[in-house]
Write a protein that binds this ligand. Structure first.
Ligand code: ATP
Length: 226
């Protein structure tokens, strides 16, 4: 469970997040929608510990000083070690987690994500969508309890979008808390249990349950964001 309590982040004299409070439960997929600059990345980066909030606090399972290893983070425009092969980068991530490298396991992961044939290809030679899938795979390689995904669907074709949706459902069933930002409202309505509308660093509306339809998302987006 993630508790965000009165969270604020100020850059210069402007608030990127202002007094945001929300609780996200195990096995829940929470969507973040909002215009460019609304504060979605800042929200995710704060939970991931990549930036220090100006005010407020974040607790995971009741603990303020949580171990960041419980988190998997997919950043927007992921940075890659371009001159490593796909296999090398996965093994590098295993090593960072002090885990033994199991080639069969990494091959299985690559197979699951349709990347096995790219195993010995340098990362710089992958397409945008392939890099996005690799970045997702790297975010989950250490079996995190919390998955923070900044625009995870960027660059994916319809087949891979469906695959990603299935993967997220499987992870949800395992009790993993997933928080994702997206500009694709149809996807947010389709996959999320709850959608938070962010505008100028504040949560302005929440849609959930049977009220969470694509039509309602579009309507409320126009009302509470634009
Ligand atoms: P997008 O949909 O474009 O990815 P977003 O909702 O993720 O946008 P953020 O990246 O969280 O928005 O940015 C929120 C606000 O904080 C913006 O006004 C942005 O200019 C500002 N901001 C973000 N990072 C920094 C930074 N490192 N220094 C100064 N201002 C920043």
């Amino acid at each position: 469970m993630i508790e965000v309590i009165k969270l604020s982040k100020k850059y210069h004299d402007q608030y990127a997040l202002q007094n945001v409070s929300v609780t996200m439960n195990s096995g829940e997929i929470v969507g973040l929608v909002g215009k460019n600059g609304a504060g979605k990345t800042t929200f995710l980066e704060s939970i991931a510990g990549l930036i220090k909030p100006t005010d407020g606090e974040i607790k995971i399972n009741g603990k303020k000083d949580y171990n960041y290893h419980v988190i998997g983070y997919l950043e927007d425009n992921p940075y890659f070690y371009d001159y490593l092969t796909v296999k090398e980068i996965i093994h590098y991530y295993y090593l960072m987690q002090n885990k033994k490298i199991k080639s069969e396991k990494s091959d299985q992961l690559l197979l699951d994500y349709g990347l096995l044939e790219k195993r010995d290809v340098m990362v710089k030679e992958l397409s945008r969508g392939m890099k996005q899938k690799l970045a997702f795979l790297l975010a989950i390689v250490h079996n995190p309890k919390i998955l923070l995904l900044d625009e995870p669907f960027t660059g994916l074709d319809p087949v891979n979008l469906k695959m990603m949706k299935n993967k997220l459902s499987q992870l949800k069933k395992k009790g993993i808390t997933i928080v994702l930002s997206t500009h694709i409202l149809s996807f947010a309505s389709n996959i999320c249990d709850r959608v938070l509308f962010l505008d100028k660093g504040k949560i302005t509306y929440i849609l959930e349950g049977s009220r969470l339809t694509e039509k309602a998302l579009e309507e409320k987006f126009n009302e509470y964001v634009v």
